[in-house]
Design a protein around this ligand. Sequence first.
Ligand SMILES: Nc1ncnc2c1ncn2[C@@H]1O[C@H](COP(=O)(O)OP(=O)(O)OP(=O)(O)O)[C@@H](O)[C@H]1O
Ligand SMILES: [Mg+2]
Length: 272
Amino acid sequence: MSPIVKPMPGRSQEGLASPSGGGEAHEVASRGAIVKLDHVYKSFGANQVLKGVSFEVAKGEMIAIIGASGSGKSTALRCIDRLEVIDKGTIEVCGIRVDSPGVDLKQLRLEVGIVFQSYNLFPHLTVQENIMLALRHVKKQSRGEAADVAIRVLDQVGLKAKADAYPEQLSGGQQQRVAIARSLAMSPKVMLFDEVTSALDPQLTGEVLRVMEDLAAGGMTMLLVTHEMAFAKRVADRIIYMHQGTVWETGPGEMLDAPKTQELRAFLNNGL
Ligand SMILES: Nc1ncnc2c1ncn2[C@@H]1O[C@H](COP(=O)(O)OP(=O)(O)OP(=O)(O)O)[C@@H](O)[C@H]1O
Ligand SMILES: [Mg+2]
């Protein structure tokens, strides 16, 4: 499968110097693949959830994963960030072999930002302090530095004015945008989003989707699981339709207008 690389604006996500990012990382970067899954298998007990999943995400690409509940979408994302350990196959992220037993998890999680449906903000910290936390403790930034980065990413998601607010003072959509900003603050090379708008009403969903669209336009490499078909079709460079633990169909957004398989057709008819 050859990934489609969309033109990259001049914005750099290289803010994180990788201490271990030697030749291997550059080799992968030069091929353009930031994330690469090759015949990935994952079971939970007797339940085989991923059955030979292979796909690549090229630098600057935005890929949407769609599929029925239980098809393995979240599991695939979680395996990429090694929140789950795979049984067979390989996963490579920015040159890091995620399936290797000795993987440097700290390095991996600096490269990968992941945002879930739940925002998990600390209620006793302001928005800005929530964002500063990992910058201070993981990236060892000074208070001043971290405060500046927090304001910059809050501006990026349109919430600079809420820096001093507490999470409970924000709407769900605003809280989710803070969660995205918190992830963005770490300058990841790829961002994973798992149904980040599922808990939101349509208006709040729209503002979060806009933030993700801006990120994609800015050249961020993104892999997102979504039920927002119109958004996926319009914004994603490619769509991956997962069915029963496999990549069943993949292609540009237009594939949703002309499904090749009966399974995708049925999924689209049920979901819309
Ligand atoms: N930690 C776990 N332990 C046991 N089973 C799990 C675990 N995580 C996922 N599963 C099972 O793996 C299967 C796939 O789950 P997954 O969450 O990846 O699906 P999904 O495609 O994301 O579905 P949804 O659209 O409902 O979020 C399901 O049968 C689920 O019960
Ligand atoms: Mg899921």
